[in-house]
Design a protein around this ligand. Sequence first.
Ligand SMILES: Cc1cc2nc3c(=O)[nH]c(=O)nc-3n(C[C@H](O)[C@H](O)[C@H](O)COP(=O)(O)O)c2cc1C
Length: 276
Amino acid sequence: MSEHHDIFKIIKKRRTTNGHFLKKPLSEAHIKMLMEAASCAPSHFNSQPWRFVLIRDAERRKALGKIAGQSMQVVMQKGDFWKRYLKYFRFSKEETEKSGDGIHIDNMPAALRPFIKFIFSEKGGEVMNKLRVPWILAIDSKKLVSNAPLILGVLLSKDEYKPQEKSGMYCLLSLGMAIENIWLTATALGIGVQFISLPMEAGSEYWQKCVDLVSPPPEFEMIALFRFGYIDPEGKRPTIDWSSTQRKDISEFCFEERFGNGWRPSIENGKQTENG
Ligand SMILES: Cc1cc2nc3c(=O)[nH]c(=O)nc-3n(C[C@H](O)[C@H](O)[C@H](O)COP(=O)(O)O)c2cc1C
């Protein structure tokens, strides 16, 4: 098999890890590979505007876990965040297959299962709070973040990252490519990755607390937080959990000559994957 197939296998294998990682710290060699992978990413004028902060200290991780838990609770209680994204919530395999996108909420305590569709609905907020869903999610989130052996703070130089200017967009594209390089390398090494975006969603005071822990100078802006750890094949799933392996058909997002004219490869499935 060619190298091309190897990278394609890793790309297809990459996933978000929602559950707990092994308690083992990441090796220095592996962290070095993750950072080398980041530095190989393209960036406008080779500006390499990204910065990464490795957070491994147990106290600091615990503090971030606490903020993540609080943020989860606030966001779920308030309801505006998940109501905004309700259109991506799926409740059955059939629904996921039909839409090809979204997240399938496929793990719930048995007592909540009959209410699931209602809990996550426009009118479900009250029931959600009554059934203590925000607290269930918050407890899991706190543990998941505190126990992750590595939390990665991702930053951009404000010198380049100016959201109103083209360079702002270039910076975000470059950073996205660097993060994907890290994520694919992590996948190859058996390391799982998960975005921690709830502190950003909960409101600026929660995000600011995370920023304070990372303490960047004023010329840098923290853009995102991720948690990393070795994947535990026997790891328990979070109490309420989702999966999202389904993808849209290529013809739904790739067009020929003109937007909307879905492209279908003129080869049979599995027979040909590259130029020849
Ligand atoms: C910008 C961005 C923000 C995300 N935020 C979260 C998050 O807060 N929590 C989480 O578990 N996953 C988060 N994700 C992961 C997506 O839910 C996930 O990539 C998608 O469902 C596809 O699943 P996969 O990564 O397993 O292929 C985020 C992904 C992106 C690109």
